[in-house]
Design a protein around this ligand. Structure first.
Ligand code: PLP
Length: 448
């Protein structure tokens, strides 16, 4: 794309486009970064610069850019049936095939899925579904859903309420009623000096205390990401999840796992539930289900909740684009490629461990207080003083500075405050991992 056209686009963009999660004043000063095309793990901006996409878009382009199998699947479906819905006793072949394919992949004994168009819509669906389930059981007072501070579950009213992002809650008076939050298992940020095992147990037992405080008879469900993504790739201590599972079982609270980021191979398993040995009652998927080529989400439901929903007759809920046929066709092609090329196995045994080993080598940098990760997702913590892991004062914006140096060097790495995070396409090669880690180190040097 000629450079002139790039700046023309920036002008049009500033004049007419309100962006999600963007500081509009900064955008007007600098102009949006125009991303023009992609191939494999690389993007090209409007000035022709090649950029390694260390975030797979927004944690979703798992098969990388330009996969013919997905493109052709979309084209075929557009010609055969570009749209039909799943309402009022109707289905279409791709939704049914995808539901059956997912049933073969899902952890435990989950056999049913409800399609949506996004991760946020999945979490809205969860709120309505679990309350409806309990009402069908004759327990309509079981309405409260417990989530965690600094969780991310989307941007709709229910998604943002389940999420625990303070700036989101501050805009618009969230959370909605009957959604409450407990602390996150963020050892580096909130448990310095404590034994990680004891810290994990203590954070999990906050759930038990909250259930007892509210009264178990009022609590419908607990929802969490296996690894908090947007909150800063927060990997809980090993003691955390088994204790959460025990508490949910003991008090008969439904466990909802949001796998919107972790699902479809990110951690070296089809779902992170398998890594943590979790048996959720409901599970949310989106993003990697189509490698981001089309918008699609799905809520998987275990036999207990599925049985209750079926007994309950009509569930007055659904979206025009629930299980859009083109999105379902792309998801089927995406899963077929992942199986044929053994992508999940490769992340588990080869590229995941390789990335983690190379990423850990950054721990010797004077700015790095901790590195952590699993599979092909990782984070590092920027600190002002390594001896006591003291943070930079907020106004320094070390994370943003580092992120901008990354862009300058041709790498997308995201900053969550002073936590730098990566989540590259799952097809990344060892040589590309070397490039990613080398560029990250150079960006750290420039930030120092
Ligand atoms: N849940 C999690 C864990 C997410 O990370 C996200 C998005 O990043 C969502 C839900 C919301 O998904 P969407 O942006 O597709 O609505």
């Amino acid at each position: 794309m000629p450079e002139q056209q790039g700046s023309r686009l920036q002008q049009l963009d500033a004049a007419h486009h309100l962006h999600p999660f963007t500081d509009s004043q900064a955008l007007h000063r600098k102009g949006a970064r125009v991303i023009d095309r992609g191939e494999g793990v690389y993007l090209w901006d409007a000035d022709g610069n090649r950029i390694l996409d260390g975030m797979a878009g927004l944690w979703c382009v798992n098969l990388g850019y330009g996969r013919e199998e997905l493109i052709q699947a979309a084209e075929r479906q557009l010609r055969q049936l570009p749209y039909y819905n799943l309402f009022f006793q109707t289905t279409h072949p791709r939704a049914t095939e995808l539901a059956a394919t997912l049933a073969g992949l899902l952890p435990g004994d989950m056999q049913h899925v409800f399609f949506t168009g996004s991760g946020s819509e999945c979490n809205d669906t969860v709120v309505r579904m679990v309350r409806h389930y309990w009402a069908v059981q004759g327990r309509p007072e079981r309405k409260v859903i417990i989530s965690r501070h600094n969780a991310y579950h989307g941007s709709t009213l229910a998604g943002a309420s389940l999420g625990g992002m303070k700036p989101m809650h501050a805009q618009g008076g969230l959370p909605l009623p009957d959604i409450v939050h407990i602390d996150q298992p963020y050892h580096f940020g909130e448990g310095q000096g404590q034994d990680p095992h004891a810290f994990g147990l203590e954070r999990a037992r906050q759930l038990e205390r909250k259930i007892l405080e509210l009264g178990p008879e009022r609590v419908a469900a607990f929802i969490a990401e296996p690894i908090q993504g947007a909150g800063g790739v927060i990997i809980p201590p090993d003691s955390y999840w088994p204790e959460i599972q025990r508490i949910c079982r003991q008090y008969d609270i439904l466990l909802v796992v949001d796998e919107v980021i972790c699902g479809f191979g990110r951690t070296g398993h089809w779902f992170a539930c398998e890594h943590y040995g979790l048996e959720p009652d409901l599970m949310c998927m989106a993003k990697g289900i189509t490698s981001g080529y089309m918008p699609l989400g799905a809520v998987a439901v275990g036999p207990r909740v599925a049985g209750g929903l079926i007994d309950g007759g009509e569930f007055f809920h659904g979206f025009t684009y629930s299980g859009h046929p083109v999105a379902c066709a792309v998801a089927l092609a995406n899963i077929a490629v992942m199986r044929d090329e053994k992508i999940v196995e490769r992340v588990h045994t080869d590229t995941g461990p390789y990335l983690q080993q190379r990423w850990a080598s950054l721990a010797d940098h004077p700015l790095v207080g901790e590195t952590r990760g699993l599979g092909l997702v990782a984070a590092l913590e920027l600190v002002a003083d390594k001896s006591d892991n003291r943070r930079f004062p907020g106004e320094r914006g070390a994370g943003v500075i580092c992120r901008e140096h990354c862009f300058g060097l041709g790498l997308v790495m995201r900053a969550v405050g002073d936590t730098m995070i990566i989540s590259p396409p799952l097809v990344i090669s060892r040589a590309e991992i070397d490039e990613l880690v080398d560029k990250a180190r150079r960006a750290l040097d420039l930030t120092y």
